[in-house]
Design a binder for this molecule. Structure first.
Ligand SMILES: C[S@@+](CC[C@H](N)C(=O)[O-])C[C@H]1O[C@@H](n2cnc3c(N)ncnc32)[C@H](O)[C@@H]1O
Length: 298
C-alpha cells in the first residue's frame, strides 16, 4: 500500500474520545503517517501537536504531511516510553493518543521484513537504530525460548515443533529471509488456505515483531507514569491490536480508576473496548482487531 492508501483506524471515535475540539496540546505517541494527528490539528486550528514515533522513516513522511501546520507541530524520533523524559507541557495537554502496533506503511515495505507476504530480510525493527532484528532472535534464541515467544505472542499451537524446525534450518544456514520462514511455517502447520482462517505465518510474524520491539514491555508502567504527570481533564486514548496488549491497558486504567489506596486518578470512559464497524473493517482490514479504550484524568 502506498502512503496515500494508509487510513487511520477508528478516526471519528479517536477525535471524540481524545476531546479534539478543545484548544490545547495533544500528544500522539505513535504518530505513524500522521493520519490521526492531522485530523486532531484540523479539528481545532488553535491546538498544537506533539508527535512521537520510534520509526525514523515514518517520522520523515509524517513531517512532510504535517508541514502546512508549521510551528503547531513538534516531533520526536523516540520511543513513547521516554515521554516522561521529554519536555512535555503536561499542564496544557488535553489528550494523549497511543495507537499501538505497526502501520500499513511499515507492513507493506518489503525491506522492513514485517510481512510474510513479501520477500524481505528478517528485520522487523521499528527503530532501525536498535540492534535486535528478527534474524538475530531466530538465530540465537534457544529452542524453548523461541517456542515460548510463538506461544505467548502468536497464540500458536505446536510451537515446540516450530522452534525445533527453526533451529534445524538455521544450522543448515537456510533461514535468511521472510520467505524462508514463511515456507517453514507452512510446512510445520500443513497450511492450506481456507476462508476465515488466519495464516499461521501472520501469527508467527506478529509474535516475532512483538519480541523484536519489546512492545509489551513497560506499557502498563508508561500509562501509570503518564497519567500521574498529566493534568485533570486530560484524555487518554489507547488502541491495541493484541489481546495481551489490551489486557495491560485495561488493567492499568482499572488500577488508576479504582486504586486499593488513595483517590482515583482516572475515570474510565469505555466500559467495553470500542471496536470498528463492519463498514470500516470492509474498507480497512487492519481495523478488524482494533480495540479502543479511553479514560479521563481526574
Ligand atoms: C498503528 S501505527 C500509528 C498510525 C497513526 N495513528 C496514523 O494515523 O497514521 C503505529 C506507529 O507507532 C509506532 N510505534 C509503535 N510502538 C512505538 C513506541 N513504543 N514508541 C514510539 N512509536 C511507536 C510505529 O512505528 C508506527 O509508526
Amino acid at each position: 500500500m502506498t502512503e496515500k492508501g494508509h487510513s487511520p483506524v477508528l478516526p471519528t471515535q479517536v477525535l471524540e474520545f481524545v476531546g479534539a475540539g478543545r484548544e490545547g496540546v495533544y500528544v500522539d505517541c505513535t504518530l505513524g503517517l500522521a493520519g490521526h494527528a492531522l485530523a486532531i490539528l484540523e479539528r481545532n486550528p488553535r491546538s498544537r501537536l506533539i508527535g512521537l514515533d520510534r520509526d525514523g522513516r515514518s517520522l520523515e513522511i509524517a513531517r512532510e504531511r504535517l508541514k502546512a501546520h508549521g510551528k503547531r507541530v513538534t516531533l520526536y524520533h523516540a520511543d513513547f516510553k521516554c515521554l516522561p523524559e521529554l519536555e512535555i507541557p503536561f499542564k496544557k495537554v488535553r489528550g494523549i493518543l497511543v495507537d499501538l502496533g505497526i502501520s500499513s506503511f511499515q507492513l507493506d515495505s518489503p525491506e522492513r521484513g514485517f510481512s510474510h507476504t513479501h520477500e524481505g530480510p528478517l528485520d522487523m525493527r521499528m527503530d532501525l537504530r536498535s540492534k535486535t532484528t528478527a534474524g538475530k532472535i531466530l538465530h540465537t534464541y534457544p529452542e524453548q525460548k523461541l517456542a515460548d515467544v510463538f506461544a505467548k505472542y502468536g497464540e500458536l499451537a505446536q510451537t515446540r515443533r516450530l522452534a525445533r524446525e527453526i533451529v534445524h534450518l538455521r544450522k543448515l544456514g537456510r533461514l535468511e529471509s521472510t520467505s524462508d520462514l514463511r515456507i517453514l511455517i507452512e510446512r510445520v502447520y500443513q497450511w492450506r488456505p481456507q476462508k476465515g482462517r488466519i495464516h499461521p505465518a501472520a501469527k508467527a510474524f506478529q509474535a516475532l515483531r512483538i519480541e523484536v520491539n519489546q512492545e509489551l514491555e513497560g506499557l502498563g508502567a508508561f500509562i501509570e507514569d503518564t497519567v500521574r504527570l498529566s493534568a485533570p481533564g486530560t484524555r487518554f486514548v489507547v488502541i491495541s491490536f493484541h489481546s495481551l496488549e489490551d489486557r495491560i491497558v485495561k488493567r492499568a486504567f482499572h488500577g488508576l480508576a479504582s486504586p486499593a489506596e488513595g483517590a482515583p486518578l482516572l475515570a474510565v470512559l469505555t466500559k467495553k473496548p470500542v471496536m470498528a464497524s463492519d463498514v470500516e473493517v470492509a474498507a480497512n482490514s487492519r481495523a478488524r482487531s482494533a480495540k479502543l479504550r479511553a479514560a479521563e484524568r481526574l
